[in-house]
Design a protein around this ligand. Structure first.
Ligand SMILES: NC(=O)C1=CN([C@@H]2O[C@H](COP(=O)(O)OP(=O)(O)OC[C@H]3O[C@@H](n4cnc5c(N)ncnc54)[C@H](O)[C@@H]3O)[C@@H](O)[C@H]2O)C=CC1
Ligand SMILES: O=C(O)CCC(=O)C(=O)O
Length: 387
């Protein structure tokens, strides 16, 4: 029986794929084999000794202590692209909200309640406060051309916008999906200095923290609008507020409200709704559950953020799964323990990623406990199990 602990509500379309005779899924599991999480902060979470894997039903993993998980041999998965459609639509909504002053206009029109027959006349008189530019013909800068950035860039082209993208690490797969009409920015300065709207779609890491600071904002076009559906930490909120106060920035749309931003007329604050659609929630849950299940039952790794991709068709009677440091002589030491026990290797796969590597060995008989202990004791082995 596998025990899955949920730290956030997870769509039952996903958890329903875990057979009830082999899995328990609950918020209060004492010794979980795996955790399913959305945005809950795991930096203060006590990682149980039993924990083999974490499934992040979403893209960003900054809420998970990934390095510490690696040290404990806990595989962290995310669900690339599974909520990108939902976020893309919210970004389009953000573009319109920022341009046409919709939130302020909606608030204002409510103040006319009780004015009876005058309402129509007051609307026509008051609407001029909310004039805002059309998107067509304006330039949108997209920073980060991954699952979300590409969708935003391609769709903005259909709205008649000129789109400039920046992503120095863009994958070949992603490049294939991008419209050829997107202009490639040589550097970020080109985006900052020439775009009317700038939208952020990069992960929050130590390199991207506060990437939008006072200096960067000062280099932007007067009236520029910034959209942040990536992470609050990418933007220096105080610098944004000063630039809104001085009139240099036109608007800041954020999916990550902070106390200091709330109530400012130039800020459109959305309560982290980018991925809050039934479709995205279902997609993320299904993908995270399938990744966890394949790892728990077969040791296969797909869409991990800390260990290499490794998938091998099952053969033999049992499978040894070893997470170890990426150093010389690991495979020979593990294989020696296997052959000393009289086990025959039916199939073997070894993959590495940075400091860590992963070896799966299919053998012709059940692996005795002492052999597992012997492998666990090899210098450089982080975690071993037999399935
Ligand atoms: N508001 C919401 O509800 C959601 C927010 N997000 C946030 O959006 C981020 C992006 O999500 P996806 O597009 O799905 O991820 P992704 O991994 O598909 O794309 C991220 C892209 O950013 C690029 N990148 C990384 N560092 C960069 C840098 N310094 N400059 C330019 N490009 C850089 C990568 O090469 C990659 O192409 C997530 O990390 C997460 O923080 C994701 C989903 C939902
Ligand atoms: O689960 C959510 O609603 C958050 C989505 C998100 O921010 C992400 O996938 O990075």
């Amino acid at each position: 029986m596998f025990h899955i602990k949920t730290l956030n509500p997870i769509s039952e379309v996903g958890t329903g794929r875990l057979p009830a005779d082999r899995y328990t899924v609950a918020a209060d599991v004492p010794a979980p084999d795996a955790v399913l999480v959305r945005s809950a902060d795991m930096h203060t979470y006590d990682l149980e000794d039993s924990l083999l894997a974490i499934g992040r039903a979403g893209a960003g993993v900054n809420n998970i202590p990934v390095d510490i998980c690696s040290q404990h041999g806990i595989v962290v998965f995310n669900t690339p692209g599974a909520n990108a459609g939902g976020v893309k639509e919210m970004v389009l909504c953000g573009l319109l909200l920022s341009s046409r002053k919709v939130p302020a206009a909606l608030q204002w029109v409510q103040t006319l309640k009780g004015r009876g027959d005058e309402v129509g006349k007051l609307v026509e008189k008051g609407k001029k406060q909310f004039v805002g530019p059309e998107l067509a013909g304006k330039r949108l800068g997209v920073i980060g051309l991954g699952a979300i950035g590409i969708r935003v860039a391609n769709t903005a082209r259909h709205l008649g916008m000129e789109v400039m993208g920046y992503d120095p690490y863009m994958s070949v797969d992603a490049a294939w999906k991008m419209s050829r009409a997107i202009i490639h920015a040589k550097d970020l300065a080109e985006i900052y200095t020439t775009c009317d709207y700038i939208t952020l779609h990069v992960p929050y890491t130590k390199d991207t923290a506060a990437m939008i600071d006072a200096q960067v904002i000062a280099s932007m076009k007067p009236g520029a609008r910034i959209l942040n559906f990536a992470r609050g930490e990418l933007v220096d909120s105080q610098a944004v507020l000063s630039a809104l106060d001085s009139g240099h920035l036109g608007c800041y749309v954020t999916d990550f409200p902070q106390d200091c931003l709330l109530g400012h007329p130039g800020v459109v604050a959305i309560p982290h709704l980018g991925a809050s659609t039934p479709e995205s929630e279902d997609n993320c849950a299904v993908m995270a559950v399938e990744e966890l299940r394949d790892y728990l039952e077969n040791g296969n790794i797909k869409n991990s953020v800390n260990l290499p991709a490794a998938t091998m068709v099952r053969s033999g009677t049992a499978r040894l799964c070893v997470i170890h440091q990426n150093i010389p002589a690991m495979i020979s030491s593990i294989a020696a323990a296997v052959s000393d026990a009289g086990l025959n290797v039916e199939n073997l796969l070894n993959k590495s990623r940075g400091e860590y590597a992963y070896t799966m060995i299919d053998v012709n008989a059940a692996v005795p406990q002492p052999v597992l202990q012997q492998i666990a004791a090899i210098d450089g082995v982080v975690r071993v199990r037999a399935i």
